[in-house]
Design a protein around this ligand. Structure first.
Ligand SMILES: NC(=O)c1ccc[n+]([C@@H]2O[C@H](COP(=O)([O-])OP(=O)(O)OC[C@H]3O[C@@H](n4cnc5c(N)ncnc54)[C@H](O)[C@@H]3O)[C@@H](O)[C@H]2O)c1
Length: 383
């Protein structure tokens, strides 16, 4: 085995996603397993260069994990010819500028979503990267969740017959921050700082629907700010200017309809924090982050509506668990591995900045639909 190094500038690694999912659970996890076996006698060894604004935070983080390279000077890191990849998990408004600089410096780019604040900005990034000839990828982690992988397996196996509808329920209570700390950063609740549940979640729903059931062709959304006052990381009250709930209806190519509720102001009476129910002519499935249950038409009970009697069945017990039949790795790591293979071996990879732009488009149109109170067509995005 020969070892090949890939040097990755990682910006935003002090944040929730950058630290836990990308640094620890993906890049450091790859190192713990001895690197990425490329299957050609080579092992790819990721070498992170931590980038951020706060020197003390970066140093502490590097020391905690035995890493030696960190910098507060993004331009200097980008000017370093030994750095191959630029990764971005900063707050959303800082993303376009940093990626633009990284592309200009000839780095391959891997980034969190949303890639930009609007479709024009997201498309511009995709065009710049294509023109420069660098490789680019956007996080679409939900596709790599065990529950959704099982759901995709059912779709590919023809389990559903004709798919009629998809209903998604996502959300949980995010504490206001006064008497219990909020479990998400305060910028998420300020529109002026890139917050809002539509810009956060509609990019996810775009690729989930697109890849499993068909491209979204129209959107109707109603959004709300149910909790208008919250308390920030310093305990100071602030006006929550961004939407914290979105009720969306999406028409899909192929004729199915999807309806997804997203909310940070809902209490969970579900098995998982996100669940999708898919109903088809031949069967139905309910998939969450990890689990997936099915009910085939041959095993579908015949409930009879009678409010005078208590329910005669336990409806949940009438579903069958879909087996794992595979080992599922962390979804973020699984996607990192595919991106790094794309960089190292030129293997195909379609979760790119153009795919990222489709997500930004759906968020933009979702917000416009809500503001104008009407259904909007979603035109196909091209470079
Ligand atoms: N894929 C997913 O499931 C998922 C989930 C949550 C968030 N995200 C995305 O990840 C990104 C980071 O979200 P997070 O929840 O980790 O946020 P966070 O606030 O925890 O972390 C943000 C990071 O950006 C840095 N930062 C803060 N303000 C900055 C500024 N003004 N300029 C430059 N850098 C700044 C912070 O130091 C930190 O490292 C967002 O774009 C968000 O949309 C993705």
């Amino acid at each position: 085995m020969t070892r090949r190094t890939v040097r990755i500038a990682m910006n935003g690694v002090t944040g929730r996603m950058g630290y836990r999912q990308h640094l620890v659970r993906s890049i450091l996890a790859l190192r713990e397993q001895g690197g990425l076996d490329l299957g050609n006698g080579e092992t790819l060894w990721p070498e992170p260069v931590l980038v951020g604004r706060r020197e003390h935070a970066l140093r502490a983080l590097a020391e905690r994990h035995g890493l030696t390279e960190w910098s507060t000077d993004l331009d200097a890191v980008l000017a370093d010819d030994t750095v191959d990849v630029y990764f971005d998990a900063q707050v959303t408004p800082a993303r376009v500028d940093a990626i633009t600089r990284a592309v200009a410096a000839g780095k391959h780019v891997y980034t969190e979503k949303p890639t930009a604040a609007d479709l024009a900005g997201a498309l511009e990034l995709a065009r710049l990267a294509e023109a420069k000839g660098v490789k680019h990828g956007v996080v679409q982690d939900k596709l790599f969740l065990p529950g959704l992988l099982k759901l995709k397996r059912l779709v590919d196996g023809g389990f559903f017959g004709e798919i009629l509808s998809v209903r998604g329920e996502f959300g949980y209570w995010v504490f206001e921050g006064d008497w219990q700390d909020a479990q998400r950063p305060s910028w998420n609740y300020r529109a002026e700082d890139g917050g809002g549940i539509v810009v956060d979640m509609f990019p996810h729903w775009e690729y989930v629907l697109h890849e499993l059931f068909g491209r979204v062709t129209s959107v109707t959304a109603h959004v709300a700010t149910h909790v208008p006052r919250r308390w920030d990381e310093r305990g100071e009250p602030y006006a929550a200017t961004a939407d914290d709930a979105a009720y969306g209806i999406f028409q899909l190519e192929g004729g199915a309809v999807a309806q997804i509720n997203s909310s940070w102001a809902v209490r969970v009476h579900r098995d998982e924090l996100v669940e999708f129910q898919v109903d088809g002519t031949h069967g139905s499935a309910v998939a969450g982050l990890r689990d997936c249950r099915v009910q085939h038409r041959s095993a579908t009970p015949k409930p009879v509506w009678n409010p005078d009697l208590p329910a005669a069945h336990s409806f949940r017990d009438q579903w069958q668990e879909v087996p794992d039949n595979a080992e599922f790795d962390n979804g973020f790591k699984a996607q990192w591995e595919l991106f790094l293979r794309h960089v190292a071996l030129d293997e195909p990879y379609h979760w790119d900045l153009l795919a990222g732009a489709r997500g930004v488009q759906l968020a933009e149109l979702g917000l416009r639909s809500a503001a104008e109170g009407r259904r909007l067509d979603v035109p196909e995005v091209t470079l």
